[in-house]
Design a protein around this ligand. Sequence first.
Ligand SMILES: Cc1ncc(COP(=O)(O)O)c(C=O)c1O
Length: 360
Amino acid sequence: MTEKIQFFLPGPSYVTEAARQAMTKPMVGHRSAPFKNFYLSISERLPKVLRTAGDGIIASGSSTLIMESAVISCVASDVLNLVNGAFSDRWHGISKSVGRSADKIDFPWGQAVDPDVVRSALKRKKYDAVTVVHNETSTGVMSPLADVAKAIREESDALILVDTVSSLGGAPVESDAWDLDVVLAGTQKALALPPGLTVFTLSDRAAERAAKVQHRGFYTDLLRYRDKHREGGNITTPAIPLVYALDVQLDAMLAEGMEARWARHEALQKRTAAWAAGRGIEYASAPDARSLTVSCFKPPAGVDPQTIVKKLAERGWTIGGGYGDWKPSTFRIGHMGEVRMSDLDALLVEIDQILDDIKK
Ligand SMILES: Cc1ncc(COP(=O)(O)O)c(C=O)c1O
């Protein structure tokens, strides 16, 4: 890719010219044969990104739609929400808002979910499902998803509902190998597409349980999504331009290779960490929990993180400020999606100059 990226938000992330161009193609009837064939060709490729032999389903709507739908469809009564930041807390809020009996385990912001703590909680009480956010975008923390899933599976028959919104496409996510039940991700993060679509898997186990849950709604019924998907389409009129972009971006991702993509993100994370160590900038997240796709930092003493964000914007560069409770005290660099090492190097030079100017 020859495009230079100056956009490092932890979502939405930079969208390539090719993906943007794809969205300008003419409309087609979403129940027409050509669209059905096109949709089926996407259905063949998407599972390779989600690492499943099952379905890779597309929903028109942002990630929160499928977070809510997963609870409505898969939880008859009791759910355990693992909370270590703003988005995992959102899942707890959603669970309560749809009338489920929701318990939460609070891990400190900046820390990963601890599988042993989850194990102990599951010994005490039976749940229909456990929700976990793989990568807390609010704090730049990546939890050990494979270990958390193993703990849940060994201690209970709870379904494992996973938000991989800011990790899918940028870090290993193994839906089948880790035996996950629902794996969902909005497309605007490491998949490097515009916001508006969510992709997800639904295990057979989850589908069987969902079939027994009453009142799954229409727009929130994951079984309805799955059945329509298998026919070669969506439950309602899909966001067709976004599906065109997904088509192009799927080819780009699979041409790069998922393992190569994860390795690129890991190299970006390591470069960011080395830069921070060199400048004496502290991470806000724990050392054993750092995300491969977003780094969350405390600014140098006496510097307002918003000043760094603002001065970068004046120079034409975008990074993220803090989020939620950490809004006033942190800044975040999203090194995800199509970002290359040369882009990151150039960004870090800009931040160095800004910090040196502030120090003068
Ligand atoms: C980890 C995580 N989960 C959920 C969401 C919510 O996503 P959306 O705004 O696509 O509904 C976000 C958004 O940033 C996120 O980072």
